[in-house]
Design a protein around this ligand. Structure first.
Ligand code: ATP
Length: 280
């Protein structure tokens, strides 16, 4: 079994638009204990099967896990097939990199299953062909991703703390949000401050340095996301921010009793609320 954990963004900045249409980003991300589970099984024939029960995620070649297996088999010339069973626990189109982490887990898992023993950096490079968050998810933990998301530098993990995630019952398409970017209007986060805070392992500095250049765009389209963020702060979170392009909002808290209070209070406010640890 390969665990495929979700990520949250401690910062997300968009630097500029490249000639190929993609944006250069700078994202500090950490991993949380909210995971999909992937079982991989070798098949004698050259085929890729996906077993998955989800109303929201396709179980054919559109699935990122399928695409990861196809790319891995081609790159390392694996003649056998594979059956990929996915237990989906990460909400879909939520800003938590659910698809990317499944793809990354398939790359890691097949690397073991077929005894390829490729280093993580090769798997990350391969994964970056599938999506901007896959390279980060190959490593997990805490890191900064630059370029198109393909350049990864590992960072110290945040101090132990609790994460409350909350989201409205909507999906947000990352592409829709990126299409609406007007670079001159973005509120850029202070990435340096987040990096400094992580180096010092200073929980409160991390909390006040959180920043996401996409928040205003998602808030304008879905004001309920902003309301959830305000509710999270009002309930007592030491820091709160939207993850990725949303709509998930997370709150950070150091003490479990306070985290539980916030969790209960957010449950009265929106449907999907989780209380998890940082795995970073
Ligand atoms: P990110 O934070 O990386 O932008 P996200 O968490 O917002 O991603 P995902 O949950 O990865 O979004 O889903 C985005 C799209 O990818 C959806 O349209 C979904 O159908 C598709 N998809 C393909 N494969 C998967 C998968 N294994 N799990 C989830 N979504 C998948």
């Amino acid at each position: 079994m390969e665990k495929a954990p979700a990520k949250i963004n401690l910062s997300l900045d968009v630097l500029h638009k490249r000639d190929d249409g993609y944006h250069d980003v700078e994202m500090v991300m950490t991993t949380i204990d909210l995971s999909d589970r992937i079982e991989l099984q070798q098949l004698p024939k050259d085929e890729i099967q996906i077993a998955l029960e989800s109303r929201y995620v396709p179980s054919d070649e559109r699935n990122l896990a399928y695409q990861a297996a196809k790319l891995f088999k081609k790159t390392y010339q694996i003649p056998n097939g594979v059956r990929i069973q996915i237990e989906k626990n990460i909400p879909v189109s939520a800003g938590l990199a659910g698809g990317s982490t499944d793809a990354a887990a398939v790359l890691r898992g097949l690397n073991r299953l077929f005894h390829v023993n490729a280093p993580l950096k090769d798997l990350a490079k391969l994964g970056s062909n599938l999506g901007a968050d896959v390279a980060f998810c190959v490593y997990g933990k805490t890191a900064i991703a630059k370029g198109f998301g393909d350049q990864i530098e590992m960072l110290p993990s945040p101090p132990n703390c609790w994460v409350i995630t909350a989201r409205p019952d909507i999906g947000v398409s990352t592409r829709t949000i990126f299409e609406r970017i007007e670079l001159q209007h973005l509120q850029h986060p202070d990435t340096k401050k987040v990096l400094e805070a992580l180096q010092k392992r200073d929980f409160y500095q991390i909390c006040i340095s959180l920043g996401n250049a996409l928040e205003d765009i998602t808030f304008a389209l879905h004001p309920e996301v902003n309301r959830i963020k305000n509710a999270m702060l009002q309930a007592g979170a030491d820091g709160a921010m939207m993850s990725g392009s949303g709509p998930t909002v997370f709150g950070l808290v150091q003490h479990f009793s306070k985290a539980q209070r916030i969790y209960n209070s957010m449950r009265g406010f929106c449907e999907d609320v989780q209380l998890v640890r940082i795995l970073g």
